[in-house]
Ligand binder design. Structure first.
Ligand code: DON
Length: 576
């Protein structure tokens, strides 16, 4: 792959000079020494906390803990329950990324249950005749679906980290699917929004529409086919889904509707354990997502840049200015360098280096926006929030930070007949058409081009933050805005905010291109907005923000808190 357009050579030379100067000078960009690692802290909370976007899912996790499960069994229970009660966001037909912390030995691990491209993937399938992106192909129907990772990921967590059997941890989800639950306002609204597409495929219509209409809010809704698929997962582990009767049904349904999956695609899927990215910032240790997520690399780059500034003495406009400039630079690198680590060589040492951050910091003007057009380009719409994040701490101090997704609203809207499985539309997360942004406005390079068996780049950034006296498990949905929302949540936690304050905090976002600061209403007072405009920023109000779910542990007082984002009607954070 190509690493060096001319501007970058110039920039890198500049940063090497600056970096060397800073290093000799006490290195303001370097990670602070002595950041806490929880592995060294011999303490347990004695009780547990879970925050998720749905109270049934939070309760499923708490039930499994009450049966003797640990945070990892609870994570399996919550994820599976969300597949049933929040199908607009995640499910068996999608994938997830998780950061786990095991208290007994301080082991931190990243679980990569991201979808992969089928062997027959062909970029041309996602182009219109005139060469423009065919959004219908990349976002709807079987061609938009990557090979799911969620069942393999859940089985891996249960096998390697759980205390209970998969059968015990899946029991609450099976019950919810079989006995039914009441449709909440959000699920109803999302089904209405996707009604036309759901009606295109008989199994989707049969599952989600009653006489052509989505169930009304408050109606009891059952999912017997998914209950059966979950039962098979509980009984056989993931072998049924990837190599058994369910695999055959998935492939038959996908191919009958014009897709290209094969049994070999499913049989060769593996969820993977990877080493998470670790960042030290202001005495806090942050454990977060490595590639194939871009989240951890971007968060690290932003924090490394910010660590050289004393933000505490700045007014809001100047703090936001520095954060946006750091975001802009991190997203530019995201677009160019990052992809599936099993396929592309990435300059991670450089991107994560404090010296690289020093150079980028030097390029930030004190009082002025740097136009992104100084560097190359794209554009974005405003997608709604789909994907889901949940956070868990158990009584022993085990932690699970899990972001799970089918990508866009209700994924591909395609249900594979006979399985109850709603497939993802994660293929759109690849850079399918060179130079054209995906649905989140993200550009990509050859590093994120589709290839057989390759994972598409993600923004999912499940994280754990460990400070001198407190710990947070944090994450959010939100497409490309996941990265900046999680970053802001981490900074609010470091600034001493409670879990409730963090999830409710107003947010803003910049992703390099388009060169605008997306802002939630009420984030900036009029004076700050005016000052930011004067510095050269274009502010654009954005309505939808991720449903952040956070649990915190104050290790001095041993208090746990769990907070679900107030923007979601059905979320629940609960301490037990
Ligand atoms: O993996 C990713 O980055 C996306 N598929 C996540 C999608 C998402 O968060 C949808 N919410 N807006």
């Amino acid at each position: 792959m190509k690493f060096s357009p001319r501007w970058r050579v110039i920039w890198l030379s500049l940063l090497l000079v600056c970096g060397a100067a800073f290093a000799a000078d006490g290195a303001p960009g370097q990670a602070p020494a002595g950041a806490v690692r929880l592995g060294q802290v011999a303490q347990r909370p004695g009780h547990a906390a879970i925050a998720s976007a749905n109270f049934h899912a939070t309760q499923a996790g708490l039930d499994v803990l009450a049966k003797g499960g640990n945070a990892f069994d609870a994570a399996v229970a919550v994820a599976a329950a969300l597949s049933v009660v929040e199908p607009e966001s995640s499910g068996l037909g999608g994938g997830f990324m998780a950061v786990l912390h095991r208290a007994s030995d301080g082991h931190d691990v990243f679980i990569d249950a991201r979808e992969v491209a089928p062997a027959a993937v062909d970029s041309k399938d996602y182009l219109n005749a005139d060469g423009s992106p065919n959004r219908d192909a990349s976002l709807k129907g079987p061609l938009s679906a990557g090979i799911p990772g969620e069942p393999a990921g859940l089985a891996l967590i249960a096998r390697r980290y759980g205390r209970l059997s998969l059968k015990q941890s899946l029991a609450p989800a099976i019950r919810l699917a079989r006995d039914g639950f009441r449709v909440d306002s959000r699920l109803h609204d999302e089904m209405v929004g996707q009604q036309k597409d759901l009606a295109r495929w008989p199994a989707s219509a049969a599952k989600y529409l009653v006489n052509g209409q989505p169930p009304s809010e408050g109606a009891v809704w059952r999912d017997p086919e998914q209950a059966r698929t979950l039962e098979l997962l509980a009984k056989h582990g993931d072998s049924d889904f990837y190599r058994g009767a369910t695999a055959k049904k998935l492939v038959a349904a996908v191919r009958a509707a014009g897709g290209n999956w094969t049994l070999a695609d499913l049989a060769s899927y593996r969820a993977k354990e990877r080493t998470p990215i670790s960042i030290n910032y202001r005495g806090y240790h942050i454990i977060t997502a490595p590639p194939p997520s871009s989240g951890g690399v971007a968060i690290a780059e932003i924090l490394n840049i910010l660590s050289g500034f004393d933000m505490s003495h700045l007014d809001q406009a100047h703090r936001v200015h520095l954060m946006v400039e750091a975001m802009r630079r991190a997203f530019r690198d995201h677009n160019d360098y990052l992809g599936d680590p099993d396929f592309v060589k990435m300059p991670l040492d450089m991107l994560l280096s404090p010296y690289y951050a020093d150079g980028l910091r030097q390029s930030i003007l004190a009082d002025r926006a740097t136009p992104s057009s100084m560097l190359p380009a794209a554009s974005a719409g405003e997608p709604g929030m789909h994907t889901t994040h949940f956070s868990i701490i158990d009584a022993d101090g085990n932690m699970a930070s899990v972001t799970s997704t089918v990508n866009y609203i209700m994924g591909s809207t395609f249900v594979a007949a006979g399985t109850g499985v709603l497939l993802n539309d994660e293929m759109d997360d690849f850079a399918l058409v060179p130079g054209k942004p995906n649905v989140y406005g993200l550009l990509g390079s050859v590093a994120n081009a589709p290839k057989p068996g390759k994972r598409m780049l993600s923004s999912m950034s499940p994280s754990i933050v460990i400070g001198p006296h407190s710990t947070a498990v944090i994450g959010s949905p939100g497409g490309s805005t996941i990265i900046t929302q999680v970053l802001e949540g981490i900074l609010h936690f470091i600034d001493g905010e409670s879990a409730q304050q963090i999830v409710a905090h107003k947010r803003f976002h910049h992703q390099y291109m388009p060169d605008v600061v997306a802002v939630e209403a009420g984030t900036f007072d009029p004076a700050t907005s005016a000052e930011l405009s004067r510095m050269g920023y274009t502010l654009k109000q954005r309505a939808s923000w991720g449903f952040m779910n956070v649990v915190t542990w104050n290790r001095k007082t041993n208090q746990l808190d769990a907070a679900s984002d107030p923007r979601h009607p059905s979320g629940l954070g609960k301490v037990q």
